[in-house]
Write a protein that binds this ligand. Structure first.
Ligand SMILES: Nc1nc2c(ncn2[C@@H]2O[C@H](COP(=O)(O)OP(=O)(O)OP(=O)(O)O)[C@@H](O)[C@H]2O)c(=O)[nH]1
Ligand SMILES: [Mg+2]
Length: 294
């Protein structure tokens, strides 16, 4: 039996719905999703396995033109790497997102000799006549891409995206064990779930100034005991994250625990601490220890 395997990398600007598509394809909540831009900070593999195939889908940080601090530079390094190892690309735009507002990477993949599926997402919130116009605009601008309008949220046409991806897998051996569905360890998902709740519960710069680290993860027969530290960048941010009488951190912890119980299919005991690590987003050593750099 022939075996097919390959890397399919999902690129696009922040907030267009890349992680929503990844999760819809994998059928699990692997990547966190929020209405805020720059939710995803890492390259996350979602791996789909079949008897004769392994599809390694990369969810990536949304592309920004001008990184403002070192963490964003590292996020864009993940994007750069993904330009080098793709067997096929998905380039995602939202309906209404202009051709001329696409970043440099859009122009780069146009010139590469690698198949591209250009997805126009969020068709559930756009008029059919306007959608036709957008399909036409992108078809003219990117003639060798296949163009597919979808709603990742409502899973409309996601199966068509999957069929396209399957057809692009080259023949080859699997890259990962066949029972693996991601490259990231369990602890990574703990930090991501908490980050999602932070993004949802705080405003302005707070979510972007937070990093989550798992201090301990002890799995017992019927419970997992987890302790995490939320690092903020400045002293003034700590009381905001904690909230009056601990109210905010309690809410974040409760919401995160519920999601973790679904993810791990086990009871979770979660302890959360808040600490200050000045200016960590611009500090190479902190970024390395948080896994943003080699
Ligand atoms: N209406 C609608 N909303 C969508 C659709 N797909 C995603 N969204 C919403 O768009 C927002 C961003 O979705 P994400 O999947 O986090 O987007 P992303 O491209 O991964 O964003 P970054 O990680 O920040 O780059 C969320 O509020 C989603 O619920 C869709 O098909 N229709
Ligand atoms: Mg994302």
């Amino acid at each position: 039996m022939k075996h097919f395997s390959g890397f399919i990398n999902i690129l696009g600007k922040p907030n267009v719905g890349k992680s929503t598509l990844m999760n819809a394809l994998i059928g699990e909540k692997l990547s966190i999703i929020t209405s805020k831009a720059q939710t995803t900070r890492h390259r996350i593999f979602g791996i789909l396995n079949g008897d004769n195939f392994q599809m390694v889908i990369s969810d990536l940080p949304g592309i920004i033109d001008k990184p403002a601090y070192k963490m964003q530079e590292s996020m864009m390094d993940f994007v750069k790497t993904s330009l080098e190892d793709a067997d096929a690309f998905i380039y995602m735009v939202e309906a209404g997102d202009k051709v001329e507002n696409q970043p440099e990477e859009y122009q780069l993949i146009k010139k590469m000799n690698i198949p591209v599926l250009l997805i126009i997402n969020k068709i559930d919130i756009i008029e059919p006549s306007i959608l036709e116009e957008w399909v036409e605009l992108y078809a003219q601008d990117f003639p060798h891409a296949s163009i597919l309008p979808i709603s990742a949220l409502e899973k409309a046409n996601v199966n068509m995206a999957f069929d396209w991806m399957m057809a692009k897998l080259p023949e080859g051996e699997p890259y990962f064990d066949k029972d693996q569905f991601t490259d990231k360890p369990e602890r990574f998902f703990v930090t991501e779930i908490i980050r999602e709740k932070i993004l949802q519960n705080y405003t302005k710069e707070i979510p972007y100034s937070c990093e989550v680290v798992v201090e301990s993860f002890k799995e017992e027969e019927d419970i997992i005991r987890i302790a995490v530290v939320i690092y903020v960048e400045r002293d003034s941010q700590k009381p905001i994250v904690i909230g009056k009488g601990g109210s905010m951190i309690k809410k974040v912890g409760m919401e995160a625990r519920k999601d973790m119980e679904i993810f791990f299919q086990k009871k979770i005991f979660l302890e959360t601490y808040v600490k200050v690590l000045p200016n960590w987003r611009n500090n190479d050593r902190s970024l390395r220890s948080f896994g943003y750099k080699e």
